[in-house]
Design a protein around this ligand. Structure first.
Ligand code: NAD
Ligand code: TDX
Length: 339
């Protein structure tokens, strides 16, 4: 199978490429990524010289370049990870989220329509469902929960999902969509909660917790997400949406405390800061469908996954130090300077 993986230089995309090249060495992978601030080819040095791996520096908004790639490569499958992915950045500057997440998705769908495809898979998020109240632990997102996005990021991801569904119904493009909860693991950019807190604690900087720290996220180890996507692409039913999550809900403050404890640092580093605008209270996925239909279950318990993740960041200091010492400092000052 020839698979185009868009956004393959980012956090989940690079974990997916590393996973799939091990699990299915017979497949050919084309990593399509325009290398925004979040794209890092260092993640893929271990496979960059493999004969079944290729990198194409292409922006998914660039219709001409995308069409040319389809014409040259004739892919069987497209898996779209490429996106602007950080909620805080979408509050700061929503425009690029619409451009990449909505218009970029449409370009890929048009290319699939024009050149034909066996499967187009859209990597979406639980954030398209909005949030759940903190005092109703009995409620979960299912695939039929109405779309109800809160941030410009989640609105752009929800819009993309609607386009994907429309291209299936109207033009018969063979699509699937997955909506996953919060991922953690190696190669996550240190603007997201877990790597940001690890990096700050290691550098003796304050740990900025939004609001009262009681918001709830449902954490999944990145490799479990990758396995689920791989399964959906190979065995999932065309036209279907699959929720992915491992019933692992945690308050943000508890995650921060676990990180500090594991690193042997003081809780005095915690600083409660001004809340995120429109901050979603709780995400919680009901993964019953993917379990019943495809037999998927998460394999990594949070206690093990967070240890592995912290160890990875300690062992790969230069990977994130290069980031936090560069252009990222301007972002950090803008986001946290007056908070
Ligand atoms: P990321 O920000 O780490 O990586 C995104 C990648 O996309 C980067 O390599 C970037 O260079 C590339 N990209 C951005 N704009 C592009 C464009 N116009 N053309 C080509 N490439 C472009 O994101 P991530 O955390 O790995 O998320 C990957 C996907 O998974 C996203 O679609 C996101 O919405 C979804 N998702 C993420 C999570 C999570 O917890 N991180 C959870 C559920 C779903
Ligand atoms: O400095 C921080 N302090 C803080 O309290 C940061 C960066 C975050 N937080 C809080 C906000 C959230 O409640 O931690 C929680 C997690 O924040 P993020 O890591 O920014 O993730 P979230 O907003 O939940 O979105 C993530 O999960 C769904 C990904 O970034 C999305 O791409 C994915 O779709």
């Amino acid at each position: 199978m020839k698979i185009i993986v868009t956004g393959g230089a980012g956090f989940i995309g690079s974990n997916f490429i590393l996973y799939v090249m091990k699990a299915h060495p017979e497949d050919q992978i084309i990593n399509v990524d325009c290398l925004t601030y979040a794209g890092n080819l260092e993640n893929l040095v271990s496979v960059e010289n493999e004969p079944n791996y290729k990198f194409a520096k292409i922006d998914i908004r660039d219709r001409k370049a995308v069409y040319q790639l389809f014409e040259d490569e004739k892919p069987d499958v497209v898996i779209n990870f490429a996106a602007e992915s950080h909620v805080d950045r979408s509050i700061d500057n929503p425009g690029v989220f619409v451009e990449t997440n909505v218009n970029g998705t449409q370009v890929l769908l048009d290319a699939c329509r024009k050149y034909g495809i066996k499967r187009y898979h859209q990597v979406s998020t639980d954030e398209v469902y909005g949030d759940l109240p903190l005092d109703r632990p009995d409620l979960f997102f299912t695939e039929t929960t109405p779309i109800h996005a809160s941030s410009p990021y989640s609105a752009s991801k929800a819009s993309a999902d609607l386009l994907v569904g429309a291209y299936h119904r109207t033009f018969g493009v063979p699509v699937t969509i997955s909506r996953c909860s919060n991922n953690y693991g190696p190669y996550q950019f240190p603007e997201k909660l877990i790597p940001l807190m690890i990096a700050n604690a290691e550098n003796g900087k304050e740990l900025p917790v939004y609001g009262d720290g009681m918001n709830v996220r449902d954490w999944l180890y990145v490799e479990d997400h990758c396995k689920a996507i791989d399964l959906i692409v190979r065995e999932g039913k065309v036209g279907e949406i699959y929720n992915i999550g491992g019933h692992n809900e945690m308050h943000n403050i508890d995650i921060v405390k676990i990180i500090l404890k594991t690193l042997g640092k003081s809780e005095d580093l915690i600083r409660f800061v001004k809340d995120r605008a429109g901050h979603d209270l709780r995400y919680a996925i009901d993964p019953a469908k993917i379990h019943a239909e495809l037999g998927w279950l998460p394999e990594t318990m949070f206690a093990d996954g967070i240890k592995k993740t912290i160890t990875w960041y300690l062992d790969n200091r230069s990977w994130w130090e290069n980031i936090v010492s560069g252009e990222y400092q301007n972002y950090y000052a803008r986001m946290y300077g007056n908070r």
